[in-house]
Design a protein around this ligand. Structure first.
Ligand code: ZN
Length: 281
């Protein structure tokens, strides 16, 4: 029997960690492009991309996304990794700018955060009903697969609502975001609950997950054991282990690939990920 394929997503930079948190966090389009390539070499099938402005803060600048997109394609023409662009890289960006790069670049995937919440106990992460409706319909029009980020089970219920309304189209693909401040804590028990909630409300969906900070390894092993997919990278963790800064994003991907293979699964190639997720390719 063919082995089960597990997809690794590399989230290489996110919006918050800076060089002072870990000097190996990529910040510029050039650094991000190089890290995406290294992660692809190590087994990542999907790259989840955020951008930074010249001060290193998260930005939804279409120019930065375009520059990085072009660099990945021109510098590494053999790299067939799926690009998954964030729509949530700056909590101050308005709804229009949050999808401007998606309209321009028409990626295979983009993130879709299915509800609002406090963010890192310091700000508001707003995904209004209006934004979610417009965004879902836009993604359908452009054939962009939404990666539905759920920070708690209520966001899965929201996705079920938008599925019923026709804003989202089955089969859905979820990213369970575990262990973030203000979201569901990262544990196997909670991961199982997220999975079961998804199966009950949105049957036939696929899922991936990640654990921020100290829950990273528990969630990595849980994802593989429970039949999901996994996301790793410096967006979620700047520490490789307790007291040890990560050397690179590829280091996280290499570890995830080892866990997947030791478990008895195969690491999905980008072509296999496209098939599993039904991407336009
Ligand atoms: Zn992200």
């Amino acid at each position: 029997m063919a082995k089960k394929k597990t997809i690794i997503t590399a989230a290489v930079t996110g919006a918050w960690p800076k060089k002072e948190n870990n000097p190996n966090v990529p910040m510029t389009p050039s650094e991000i492009a190089d890290d995406v390539y290294a992660c692809w070499k190590a087994g990542a099938a999907i790259a989840h991309l955020h951008m930074r402005d010249d001060e290193g803060n998260g930005t939804m600048s279409t120019e930065k996304f375009t520059e990085t997109w072009d660099l990945i394609h021109s510098r590494y023409p053999d790299c067939d990794i799926v690009l998954n662009l964030t729509t949530s890289g700056d909590i101050h960006a308005d709804d229009e700018i949050r999808v401007a790069h998606v309209k321009k670049l028409k990626p295979e995937m983009a993130s879709y955060d299915c509800g609002s919440m406090n963010w890192l106990n310091s700000g508001l992460f707003i995904n209004s009903p209006k934004f979610l409706e417009e965004c879902g319909l836009l993604f359908q029009e452009l054939n962009v697969k939404p990666e539905i980020e759920a920070f708690d089970p209520g966001m899965i219920a929201n996705a079920a609502y938008y599925l019923k309304k026709g804003v989202l189209k089955a089969p859905l693909h979820f990213q369970f975001c575990m262990g973030c401040a203000n979201g569901i804590p990262g544990s196997i028990k909670n991961l199982l609950f997220m999975k079961e909630t998804m199966e009950q409300l949105c049957p036939g969906s696929t899922w991936s997950c990640f654990g921020v900070g100290h829950s990273a390894m528990e969630i990595l092993y849980g994802a593989v054991a429970l039949g999901g997919h996994i996301r790793v990278g410096m967006e979620d963790n700047v520490m490789y282990a307790k007291g040890v800064l990560a050397d690179s994003n590829a280091q996280f991907v290499e570890r995830a690939a080892r866990v997947i293979r030791e478990y008895g699964n195969d690491v999905a190639t980008p072509a296999e990920a496209r098939e599993i997720l039904g991407l336009k390719g």
